[in-house]
Design a protein around this ligand. Structure first.
Ligand code: FCB
Length: 444
């Protein structure tokens, strides 16, 4: 059973999260093409070559969706604005329909008593900027700052919070080193540059928002427990490397103005010249830090190939040792407290922490509305949060991923993360049992 609202401190906030490309319907309303459209239309990248052209048609159905947020009793709605909807070419002339849409959406939240929490980049880079090298090009920090100014001049006055970039690790490592997300590169130099530029863009966007007078500004990092596959020195090295790349690099850059040694040992030769000089821009005072947490992974050093040790990081992922979600992500609720404690202890001190995403893809069952596994997953993670609150970790809120079943990136529409079921033929929304359970928990 889910813990109740009254089991948490009285100022603890509950929210639900979505992102633009995953729900809006990108082919509508004058948005420009993005690298996700291009990536999805290239064979082999996305299951069934599915894309976000219609998605959940949130662009027209948003009032119904905000009603669902309100009726569940959520305090905050975390949404993202699409760069290519606001600026179809990434720069230059804004799309007035796009600006009008986000304006109405924010007013729609306020009218329903929901706090708007905006993220400015949740992965759909305008194709015109990808043509110029995207995250590999240092100029992206200024392009992003200009986009931040355009959208925030329109909606910034009514936001509860804002964060520049969702999950820097996914924007960079997953997309430029592993090639699993757009732009689908597998190139260490591109990766190192993207990792640095994404932080520079974060810093520039925070500066712009401060200049515009916005407050409650933060950042959203994703973290995954990196466990050694076994009790050997090589497995421990592999896990340490992944922890540095995944869990430490970005928060360390933003909060401490340095990168962890275990990441620099492989990345430093590829960072842009003079990278150390950018930390005064990257390290901006933040008002909160967000954690997106889902799972644990296990690592070992990769075996030699053709008699050669693979180049750095030279690691491989090994099989999970506990039950997994429908996407094969190992369920490890203890990791949530591990990271919240680590963040407060090593990086953020008293700064409020928010769990900005947590949830699961369900195992498809006979009844699409019956999602007991999700209720169990959420309650296990909420129990960890309660422990953190009791220990004095300054965690102040919890956002479930996601409101609706939606476009799960390279997996297309197969995995369903929603509290609300979406019938992709009719686009009908139907609350699942987890939605009802959360509504009940939040009312008590
Ligand atoms: C996170 C993303 C989000 C969604 C969930 C399942 O990494 O931020 O868009 O795909 O995973």
């Amino acid at each position: 059973m889910l813990p109740h609202r009254s089991d948490f401190p009285s100022d603890f906030l509950f929210g639900v999260a979505t992102s633009a490309y995953q729900i809006e319907g990108h082919a509508q309303g004058g948005a420009g093409p993005t690298h996700w459209d291009d990536f999805a239309r290239t064979p082999g990248n996305v299951t069934g070559a599915q894309h976000g052209a219609i998605a959940c048609d949130h662009l027209t159905r948003w009032p119904e969706d905000l009603d669902l947020v309100q009726q569940a009793g959520f305090d905050v709605y975390r949404f993202s604005t699409s760069w290519a909807r606001v600026l179809p070419e990434g720069r230059g002339t804004p799309n007035q329909d796009g600006l009008d849409f986000y304006d109405r959406l924010v007013d729609g939240m306020l009218a329903r008593g929901i706090k708007p929490a905006a993220t400015l980049y949740h992965w759909e880079l305008p194709s015109a900027l990808a043509d110029l090298g995207g995250w590999r090009n240092r100029d992206i920090a200024n392009w992003f700052a200009d986009y931040t100014e355009v959208i925030m001049k329109r909606i910034g006055d009514r936001l509860w919070s804002a964060a520049p970039i969702n999950e820097p690790w996914c924007v960079t490592w997953l997309s430029h080193f592993e090639g699993h997300h757009a732009p689908g590169l597998r190139d260490i130099r591109a990766t190192a540059r993207a990792m640095h530029h994404v932080l520079l863009a974060h810093g520039r966007a925070i500066q712009v928002m401060r200049e515009l007078g916005l407050s409650n500004l933060g950042a959203v990092c994703n973290m995954e427990v990196a466990a050694p596959a076994n009790d050997t020195a090589s497995a421990r090295t592999a896990a340490t490397r992944h922890d540095a790349i995944y869990n430490q690099f970005f928060i360390s850059g933003m909060m401490k103005g340095r990168y962890p040694d275990a990441a620099l040992e492989g990345l430093e030769p590829y960072l842009p010249r003079g990278w150390q000089d950018d930390f005064p821009t990257i390290v901006q005072k933040l008002d909160w830090m967000g954690l997106n947490y889902y799972a644990r992974k296990h690592y070992d050093m990769a075996p030699p190939r053709d008699g050669q040790q693979p180049p750095w990081p030279g690691t491989c992922e090994t099989a999970p040792t506990r039950p997994c979600t429908g996407l094969g992500w190992e369920i490890y609720p203890e990791g949530l407290s591990h990271f919240l404690q680590m963040m407060a202890r090593d990086y953020t001190g008293d700064l409020p922490l928010y769990v900005t995403e947590n949830g699961m893809a369900e195992h498809p069952g006979a009844d699409p509305l019956s999602d007991q596994d999700r209720i169990t997953y959420l309650s296990q993670h909420m129990n960890e949060l309660q422990k953190c609150c009791a220990e004095g970790v300054p965690v102040k809120g919890y956002f479930t991923w996601s409101l609706l079943d939606n476009y799960e990136w390279a997996h297309g529409y197969g995995p369903r993360f929603g509290l609300v079921h979406v019938d992709y033929d009719t686009l009908t929304r139907t609350p699942k049992h987890s939605y009802q359970a959360l509504r009940n928990a939040l009312s008590r």
